[in-house]
Design a binder for this molecule. Structure first.
Ligand SMILES: Cc1ncc(COP(=O)(O)O)c(C=O)c1O
Length: 410
């Protein structure tokens, strides 16, 4: 069994260990929830203060040009593009993930129906993140389409083969199970039947290596406040493959998506490419904070190195839970198979999941609970240490064997 000393030795040998110093983490706390809200980069408070006091306070309206505010959606977008295997000028930062799902799904449907008139089906997974399903459901109703949900991607084969699916909408790493899909293979199978694919990268961007071009995706959206460390409510991003980007307009045709917003013409002319997926005025403070978060990832240089450490962390967690927490009713929900795993590990407990997580939080280990029975632990390789994993499982075992979870609810 791995000892605490062994875990500390791995931290000493870890080439990414120094990146932890880029974050302002509360001393003594083990933070395993970066998959929900990333930690605060040390650079962010000063940068945001500079934007507020200097660029806003002193520069005032001049800062739209002088401080480059107007370019922020594309500038930060180009940085995120490097993390997801997209080209410069193909990705913009805008709105929330939910809104970007709406814009891209609407556009994907329009393109699918131009190319293959008569297709009316949107397909997704039943356990996709609810906001994606809510948006798809309302859009389907509005467009006279049908949203069909499968219980697992393994059921997609016959559905796609029928040649009636307009758009397949999937989340790459499932929020509740941590299972990761094979993006290249699913795109290939969908495209073989003329189906377009929209990916939600909320739990992948900044967590696992992505290559949207190599894997031949059509549309992708993602979240700024999880592994990109952009802060609460950070703006999200949207990528559209260049073969689709200029083909149709998205429905929220606001002035920032106009080809010439400052000509104030009464009619809408969409910007070329992905620029038309912008809508209103960029959230400057949020984008400034997001840029600091994205820079922490770019400083690590290589998503492959982050992936190797992430897998080592999740593997250690799974092994220690197997060894030390057996017999207490916990079950592993996340796949053991490495290529099916994102950067989080989820456990289930039939009765006490909520209480166990509360007891863990009271002992300085922050993960989260997802109803009805899931304990979620996110491992952010930029700042999570091997010793954190060891200590977290040590405290989990204490909680389970002492009955502390039961006491917390009685
Ligand atoms: C997979 C996924 N998509 C979308 C969202 C929500 O995005 P937003 O609330 O920023 O629109 C989340 C939030 O956790 C998520 O996990």
């Amino acid at each position: 069994m791995t000892t605490r000393e062994q875990a500390q030795a791995w931290d000493r040998d870890d080439a990414l260990a120094s990146h932890r110093a880029l974050f302002d983490l509360p001393p003594g706390l083990i933070y395993l929830d970066g998959n929900s809200l990333g930690a605060l980069p040390r650079a962010t408070p000063e940068r945001v203060s500079q934007v507020v006091r200097g660029e806003w306070g002193q520069g005032l309206i001049r800062s739209w040009n002088k401080a480059g505010w107007v370019d922020l959606p594309r500038r930060v977008g180009d940085k995120i593009a490097r993390l997801v295997g997209a080209g410069a000028g193909e990705l913009v930062v805008a709105d929330s993930t939910s809104v970007n799902v709406f814009k891209t799904l609407h556009a994907a449907l329009a393109i699918a129906r131009q190319d293959r008139p008569g297709r009316r089906l949107i397909v997704s997974e039943r356990d996709n993140f609810p906001t994606d399903l809510y948006i798809a459901d309302s859009l389907a109703r509005e467009q006279g389409c049908t949203l069909l949900l499968v219980d697992a991607v393994e059921q997609l084969g016959p559905l796609l083969d029928d040649g009636e699916v307009a758009v397949l909408m999937l989340t790459h790493v499932n929020y509740r199970t941590g299972r990761m899909h094979d993006m290249a293979e699913l795109n290939r199978r969908a495209h073989a039947q003329g189906t377009l694919v929209l990916w939600d990268l909320a739990h992948s961007a900044g967590a696992v290596p992505l290559d949207l071009h190599r894997d031949d995706a059509d549309f992708a959206v993602g979240c700024g406040y999880k592994y990109l460390n952009g802060g609460p409510g950070a703006p999200a991003f949207v990528w559209v493959h260049p073969r689709h980007a200029g083909r149709c307009t998205q429905p929220l045709s606001g002035w920032f998506g106009h080809a010439a917003p400052f000509q104030f013409t009464p009619t809408y002319t969409p910007a070329p490419g992905v620029g038309r997926y912008l809508c209103g005025t960029p959230a400057v403070l949020g984008m400034a904070a997001l840029e600091c978060g994205v820079d922490t990832l770019l400083a690590a240089g290589d998503m492959q190195a982050l992936r190797a450490k992430s897998l080592a962390l999740t593997q250690l967690f799974i092994e220690l839970v197997d060894q030390r927490c057996a017999g207490h009713g916990l079950a592993l929900v996340t796949p053991r198979t490495v290529h099916l795993r994102g950067s989080q590990v989820c456990l289930s407990h039939p009765t006490d999941a909520y209480a166990i997580m509360q007891a863990l939080i009271a002992r300085g280990v922050i993960g989260d609970f997802r109803a009805p029975d899931i304990l979620r632990f996110g491992f952010t390789p930029l700042y999570t240490r091997f010793v954190d994993v060891w200590d977290a499982v040590d405290r989990l075992e204490q909680v389970l064997s002492s009955g502390a979870a039961r006491e917390a609810v009685t």
